[in-house]
Design a binder for this molecule. Structure first.
Ligand SMILES: Cc1cc2nc3c(=O)[nH]c(=O)nc-3n(C[C@H](O)[C@H](O)[C@H](O)COP(=O)(O)OP(=O)(O)OC[C@H]3O[C@@H](n4cnc5c(N)ncnc54)[C@H](O)[C@@H]3O)c2cc1C
Length: 666
């Protein structure tokens, strides 16, 4: 039976939904019905429209295999769910083992932790070496591909990431091409159009979710934002390719059915198609502008344009689906809801953190540091808790308007970190010792020895019981954009300091728990030291209170010039003041451009070397007398992190050796 459709008539530039309704007469029963007539989508979905008129495979749902589209979309969501369950299973197992180990080792002596210093099977170290920690090739993972310093081509995903991405892309490809090939070509094209369109919009749900900072999956699966960001980028490319297939399939079908110029005429006549073109155009520009060298070279411009284009793409696609009430519309609605909720969450979080009626708004002190860096100290109006190893987004409207930049939280007063179990255990409160961070003198240590000798200068800060508003400090190395502007602005001031208003969003992440490891070896390169400082203090204080398994910490920091020690000198002093640190903490400093940097403190716990650090040699030395399980944590330039990764993989079967990396790029 031939179906008749009323020719769509534009109303104020939009189609009315009834333009797509099936005319009375086609379904006689509708005439007597008080219910509104079904849309084309529901008519076909209900199986009421099975036979398409010849030559119209380019329009509406004609020729689209909705049943199979739905089945395959469901299969795709099950695949994603299975992946999440798998990751969750592995995480759960890791967390459970870690907790068990931590509890068993809380009061254990170093030799009593021996049981934990080996993996109890051969397959887990093998998996870590060849899959979990493995880069795609031999060594390269976070080292950026560069033609020159100005041209950055991004990093290389690891093996696990690649396997997940390739599987997902192949799955999408197979689903897209799973068509009824015995049909005539226009009908095959119609089926492809429906399938690729449906999958493209369905994938957008994950795309938007992966780009959100307040993504509950980050917290739930304990996966870092940069991993989600990697998936976001690849999923984005896949979605754009599917959208392109959708457009080409439509174009192919209309070219067969209509004389030359028919497609242009159709677009000119139908806002439904114009919305689709709008979405596709935005997608096309996103694809070009997110190309790695362009993205990295003009990051702020990229981000502005990207957000604007993403908004246009979502709007175009939403209207495209809404006008015709197409079956993928619920997915587009989900995309809008996720996007809106996340934006709202960010705004609420910003307002909550940075504004109170009692204390006003957040302010920031920007101090120029030797070695081309600045220290930012944000004074929040309220007290918050900051987990070790977390990062925050920093807004300083005076220099970057509404743009935010991520930085690791380098320091907070100890009363703003999670409980170490130390509070009040051995110390009484001396309110006079509550020196606020912002007032600490910024002094360059004359030598590494001065770090050591100042170590017990004042009592630790966790003695403070009342919870005053939190101050968060960051060390920011000057690059060429926002960070350079901050450095130039602060260093042009008489005392290298300026104060203005700023905002903090976060803190995020900080879910990597190191407390179950008897040995923690931290590698930091340059500004990467920021990631480890609070972790080191937290572990030392917790060990003193017997609330973690950690008994040995090695902090390796490699810098270009000795003057960079000044970035964190005052905080190092606080770390060196934590009870028990002499037995637990060893600090190895490497000055790559320092000729006279060789130094060894008399107790052998603070050593400075001139030259590059060799992660392999350090691990060889430190693993020999490790305590229990070992965690190697690294934060620094990509090439440095890759060297550490290589060294860990080469030794991963020596004992229970895990690795964690915080990356400053995405
Ligand atoms: C989780 C995390 C923690 C970080 N912690 C620190 C830290 O403690 N100290 C430190 O010095 N640096 C840190 N960084 C790096 C820091 O965010 C960038 O160096 C900084 O944003 C560069 O700003 P810019 O405008 O000067 O960059 P440009 O010189 O213009 O660009 C340099 C590169 O920085 C990146 N970048 C630029 N703007 C942004 C942005 N808004 N968001 C994300 N990346 C951007 C881009 O990859 C770009 O290629 C961290 C990065 C991440 C992801």
């Amino acid at each position: 039976m031939m179906q008749h459709f009323r020719t769509p008539t534009p109303v104020s530039g939009l189609f009315r939904k009834r333009d797509f309704q099936i005319l009375p007469g086609t379904y006689g029963s509708l005439l007597n019905s008080t219910k509104p007539p079904p849309s084309i989508a529901s008519a076909i979905a209900n199986g009421n429209l099975t036979q398409a008129p010849n030559g119209t495979y380019y329009s509406g749902l004609t020729g689209v295999n909705l049943e199979r589209d739905r089945t395959l979309t469901r299969a795709l969501s099950i695949a994603v769910l299975c992946l999440m369950v798998l990751v969750l299973g592995v995480r759960f197992w890791q967390v459970r083992t870690g907790r068990l180990r931590q509890i068993f080792c809380l009061t254990a002596t170093t030799s009593q932790q021996n049981y934990w210093s080996y993996d109890r099977n051969a397959w887990w170290p093998w998996l870590k070496k060849h899959i979990i920690y493995a880069p795609l090739g031999k060594v390269r993972h976070n080292r950026e591909w560069q033609l020159s310093k100005a041209h950055n081509y991004g990093t290389t995903p690891g093996r696990v990431h690649t396997a997940i991405l390739v599987t997902y892309i192949i799955l999408n490809l197979v689903f897209c091409l799973y068509l009824e090939y015995d049909h005539e070509i226009p009908k095959i094209l119609a089926e492809l159009r429906g399938r690729s369109g449906m999958l493209s919009v369905f994938n957008m749900i994950a795309l938007v979710l992966l780009a959100t900072r307040n993504n509950p999956l980050i917290w739930f699966l304990e996966i870092s934002f940069d991993t989600f960001n990697l998936f976001h980028r690849w999923l984005g490319r896949l979605i754009i390719l599917e959208a392109l297939a959708h457009v080409l399939a439509w174009y192919g079908a209309i070219s067969i059915a209509k004389p030359p110029g028919g497609s242009n005429q159709a677009v000119a006549d139908k806002p439904f198609l114009q919305y689709g073109v709008l979405g596709m155009t935005a997608f096309g520009i996103i694809l070009v502008q997110s190309f790695s060298p362009i993205r990295h070279a003009f990051y702020e411009i990229f981000l502005h344009l990207h957000q604007f284009l993403a908004f246009i793409a979502i709007l175009g696609i939403y209207l495209h689906l809404d006008v015709a009430d197409l079956p993928a519309l619920p997915y587009a609605r989900a995309v809008c809801v996720i996007w809106a909720i996340e934006r709202l969450a960010r705004i609420l979080r910003l307002v909550y953190l940075n504004f109170t009626f009692k204390n006003g708004v957040t302010t920031v002190v920007i101090e120029a540091l030797p070695g081309q860096a600045v220290r930012l100290t944000f004074q929040l109006p309220r007290h918050i808790e900051v987990r070790p190893g977390s990062h925050s987004y920093v807004y300083i409207p005076r220099f970057s308007w509404h743009m935010s930049h991520p930085f690791s939280v380098a320091w907070v007063p100890s009363d703003s970190e999670p409980s170490t179990g130390m509070e009040g255990a051995r110390y009484s409160v001396h309110p006079g010792n509550n020196i606020e961070l912002a007032t600490l003198p910024l002094s360059r240590p004359a030598s590494p020895d001065s770090l050591e000798s100042q170590s017990l200068a004042k009592e630790p800060r966790w003695m403070k019981r009342a919870k005053p508003p939190t101050s968060l400090s960051f060390v920011v190395a000057a690059r060429s954009g926002f960070t350079r502007t901050l450095y130039d602005a602060a260093s042009s001031r008489p005392y290298g300091t300026l104060e203005c208003s700023g905002l903090i969003e976060g803190p995020y992440a900080g879910h990597d728990s190191l407390g179950s490891y008897g040995t923690v070896i931290m590698f930091a390169g340059g500004a990467g030291i920021t990631h480890h400082l609070i972790q080191a203090r937290f572990l030392l204080a917790s060990a003193a209170a017997n609330t973690v398994a950690t008994r040995k910490i090695v902090l390796v920091w490699t810098v270009r010039d000795a003057e960079q020690f000044a970035w964190v000198a005052s905080w190092m002093n606080e770390i060196l003041a934590v009870p028990g640190r002499k037995e637990m903490l060893k600090i190895l400093l490497y000055v790559t451009r320092g000729k006279n940097a060789d130094y060894k403190h008399k107790n052998g716990r603070l050593i400075s070397y001139a030259g590059r650090c060799s992660p392999g040699d350090i691990l060889d030395r430190e693993l020999r007398d490790r305590v229990g399980a070992t965690m190697v944590s690294v934060c620094g330039p990509g090439a440095f992190a890759d060297e550490v990764r290589k060294a860990v993989r080469e030794r991963v079967d020596w004992g229970c050796l895990d690795m964690d990396e915080e990356s400053f790029t995405w």
